[in-house]
Design a protein around this ligand. Sequence first.
Ligand code: NAP
Length: 296
Amino acid sequence: MGTHIIDGRIISADIKAGLEKEIRAIKEKHGITPGLAVVLVGNDPASEVYVKMKVRSCEQIGLYSRKILMDDKAGQKELLEKIDELNQDPKIHGILVQHPMPSHIDENKIFSRIDPAKDVDGFNPISAGQLMIGIEGLKPCTPYGVLKMLEATGIDPAGQHVVVLGRSNIVGKPVAMMLLQKAAGADATVTICHSRTRNLAEITSRADILIAAIGRPEFVGPEMVKKGAVVIDVGTNRVDDPSSEKGYKLVGDVDFEAVSPKCKAISPSPGGVGPMTIAMLLHNTVTACKRIHGLE
Ligand code: NAP
């Protein structure tokens, strides 16, 4: 049996088509357009691309979007004031401040200031706490996208051994926590690994589902993967590529060519978790709008 390639572009297109219909219905029935504000501080080229993609995706499905560009010299106070303003803005239901922020900004202070009702990135400590105890809140987009991908592929994590490579607050920890929940689409036995983990390959090769989120180009080789495993590659890394026009290409944390023949299913990068992250951001904005206006 061949390896199933989990195509995030197809799965996310389905989600976006559903959202487009839902947004149209909300507009027609209630005269409300769900709105997302995306704030970018500085001019990191990768972040600029992500912000552009997010805004374009909003436009495609009929969401209102507002791009706010702030100089990289903008201080913490200025950014906090902008968030306060967006927290009060009735046209805005979701607020996203693009990560990573310049080093003089304390990201945790910024995430904490976003109204949890509008916290579509799910990085506010209240959202993180809700995720931890398994109550309703807005879930971080990349981990949420990983779970949706598994669901759409018919892979039930219940009782399976999931190994998560990486323990960041953005991906590793929340995806592990979501899969650990006593709930449909979760119920996994979860192991989290990081840069201090000993015998990494021994642990990862026991995974039924391996999720790689370490930011190391093509780090995961076939010796780290069990035959018949499901592999989800969250990594998005720029590597030099003189043959490409841009001078670089994007690769995941998994050596796709070498690992894919061993897998039952694998998500590539690019073309896997990336598009799912955007779809879940749009989903969260619609959800936030419905909750704020009591439409659920
Ligand atoms: P991060 O904050 O840099 O965290 C990386 C994690 O990986 C850390 O926990 C680190 O361990 C661990 N790690 C690093 N090298 C390792 C090694 N050799 N062995 C074991 N663990 C190792 O990164 P992140 O924000 O979670 O992002 C991870 C990757 O996902 C990046 O490539 C990023 O671009 C990508 N990403 C993609 C999306 C998307 O939408 N597709 C979204 C977010 C992130 P320590 O904690 O011990 O340092």
